[in-house]
Design a protein around this ligand. Structure first.
Ligand code: ZN
Ligand code: ZN
Length: 451
């Protein structure tokens, strides 16, 4: 990309192809795109736009299939076990319900939230937006609101992680009782595959562009002049800063707290109070990391003999059964990932505060990794919810959870909040890289904008 590409429009408007890299804050322009092309940030290689060949029909088809699987998953049982002449079956909400009955209502709500409620909301918002765009009966402003929320709930829909938790629970159950897989398991797998396919095929940039066109058409139809805040092309009243939208990634000329001209989300130059908020979540997570690993997460009673398991104890038991791959999986998910997140994020926050400009690329990549892997730590929490749902055979065999489980779940959630609050662009800002300001002022002068 040449510097010439970064020219403001006459009057100071920001061209629609401008992008601020969400990871390093570099101001750049999207190249001419064709289906199948990928636009990357020239500095940190962050994917800015992956243009899909069929941005609408394929995600809609997958989404509709996912809704059918979802409906079946909610009503049907997915696992049955029998032991000591008795029989138990579990639906997806049985685990959260048992957690509530054992006095861990918030933990139950969390499991229900990320396995049932959030996937449902995410799926619903995606289909509402895409079908609304196709039908043209729904107001484009409402569709934009729906799609904004779709982008936000994304990381909290954890059907894929739940399935891995199921795998671990299943292996442990076979040691206690005879286990039968039930039909909802297959629909759960179908739901995961369809949601992943829809997600992979969804082209957010294409959706935002289509939503913008739909809104302009409806404004013309209703003879509504564009609101002053919608388009800054006529010449903004105040010069404002160049602010990349955090939701739709369009660059706006705006003041802190204005709304994006495309998605109408609130704009912030950087995530508000990012460092302080990240630290707060991180410190809380560190404080809970100790009880999460010290206190038992499971009490397993079998024939009047009770064993207590901490997270590490559960891993040792898997090793005792000879289930090395599962033991490694749980060790990585429950011990390594949370620790890695705490250390990496703490290191990055210190580096920002020290205004250190070393290894920026490496740190940005590390941030992407901890952002991607964070949710997989929930495997153990899901495993616990499945075990307590099924093993309820009185004094013969019984599994209860304990204070270690909510502490561990809190660590996972708090580190996820810490990563969401963290703004990686601050790492690049910290050593006072002045390219953004100088670039803008030079462009302003070239475009004839008064300072
Ligand atoms: Zn970048
Ligand atoms: Zn936006």
């Amino acid at each position: 990309m040449s510097d010439d590409a970064l020219k403001l429009q006459p009057g100071g408007g920001v061209p629609d192809v401008w992008r601020e890299c969400p990871d390093c804050g570099l101001l750049t322009t999207l190249p001419r795109m064709r289906p199948g092309f990928v636009a990357e940030c020239p500095r940190c290689s962050k994917t800015l736009w992956r243009m899909r060949r069929t941005p609408f029909p394929f995600p809609i088809t997958c989404g509709i299939a996912a809704v059918m699987f979802y409906a079946y998953t909610i009503v049907a049982p997915f696992l049955e076990i029998s032991a000591y002449g008795r029989f138990q079956l579990a639906r997806i909400e049985t685990g959260p319900d048992q957690l509530r009955l054992q006095g861990f209502a918030l933990l139950g709500l969390l499991v229900l939230g990320v396995t049932v409620i959030m996937p449902g909301i995410k799926l619903g918002l995606m289909l509402f937006t895409l079908l609304g765009l196709e039908s043209r009966f729904v107001s484009a402003r409402l569709l934009k609101l729906a799609f904004r929320w779709h982008e936000r709930v994304g990381p909290w829909a954890m059907v894929d992680v739940y399935l891995l938790g199921f795998l671990v629970a299943y292996t442990r159950l076979t040691a206690i009782a005879s286990v039968d897989l039930d039909t909802a398991l297959y629909s759960l797998i179908g739901l995961m595959v369809m949601m992943a396919a829809a997600e992979a095929a969804l082209d957010s940039e294409a959706v935002w562009r289509a939503l913008d066109v739909a809104e302009q058409h409806s404004d013309e139809r209703h003879h509504r002049p564009p609101a002053e805040s919608d388009y800054a092309f006529e010449g903004p009243t105040t010069p404002g800063d160049l602010v990349g939208c955090h939701t739709c990634h369009l660059v706006n000329r705006a003041d802190h707290g204005d709304r994006c001209r495309r998605c109408h989300g609130v704009l912030h130059t950087r995530k508000p109070n990012s460092v302080v908020r990240s630290w707060a979540y991180l410190v809380a997570a560190v404080a809970l990391y100790v009880p999460a690993n010290m206190y038992p997460v499971l009490h397993v009673t079998q024939l009047a003999k009770t064993q207590n398991f901490t997270i590490m104890g559960g891993i040792v038991e898997l090793v005792d059964y000879g289930l090395w791959p599962l033991a490694i999986l749980v060790f990585v998910a429950s011990i390594t990932i949370p620790l890695l997140k705490l250390l990496t994020l703490g290191y990055m926050l210190v580096q920002i505060q020290l205004r250190n400009g070393d290894h920026l690329l490496g740190r940005t990549r590390a941030f992407r990794v901890i952002d991607f892997i964070g949710r997989w730590s929930m495997i153990d929490v899901f495993m616990i919810s499945i075990l307590v749902a099924l093993v309820r055979f009185g004094q013969f065999a019984n599994i209860r959870t304990d204070i270690g489980a909510p502490a561990f779940a809190s660590v996972v959630v708090l580190t996820m909040f810490a990563v969401i609050a963290f703004d990686p662009r601050l790492m690049w800002d910290a050593p006072r890289v002045e390219y953004l300001q100088t670039g803008t002022e030079a462009d302003d002068a070239a475009a004839g904008v008064p300072a």
